[in-house]
Design a protein around this ligand. Sequence first.
Ligand code: SF4
Length: 229
Amino acid sequence: MIISGLTPLSLIDYPGKVACVIFTQGCNFRCPFCHNPELLECMKSTEHDMSTERFFEFLESRVGLLDGVVITGGEPTLHRDLDEFMTHIKSLGFLVKLDSNGTNPQLLKQYIEAQLVDYIAMDIKHKLSKYEQATGRKTRMEWIQESIDLVLSSGVPHEFRTTVVPGIHAPEDFYEISDIVDGCDRFYLQEFRPIITFDSELKHNHDKLDLDWIKRECFQGKENVMIRR
Ligand code: SF4
């Protein structure tokens, strides 16, 4: 694991739980709106990285104080020792929430079957025909679909979420996204903030899409849909 950052305490990243958040290095997407561009370069370790030993020292000192650990990125499933890492976390009695972009359904399946994840958050970057506009990379859509199906049928508490970016998404795209996530535990429409972005042009994008309209019109009658601002 290359751990590029740690938030020692968060009340918002793991629904209903008090958690720390670790940021893993490396991602196989290049979403123009990514707000962690420093994490994208794959497996580039720096002197600021935290060793797993130091992380587990920290975590042992939080037994009884934290409920869980959020593993985010970057894309955590790129790290081949992620299963061992999660096994260690769980052996200390913590819950694990895994954030993923859904590009590795085979590993996701293994983690679910081994009961290493207690909550999964998966990004739905766009409707399927426009996915690559949001990922900035050639995307194996069959893997994304497999991950969606896996998460939906896993029995593991989960959420899907889409960062809504003016110029990349149009309000009517969300009719299809509503169908894609039908039956999920929770779906979040996340407001885009033009502060730090991988594509620096997007920092000047101060347009707004009406998230309330999207929720009301595209997700009619779905009470599990929320707006994250
Ligand atoms: S927003 Fe996109 S590029 Fe950034 S970490 Fe997530 S999947 Fe990777």
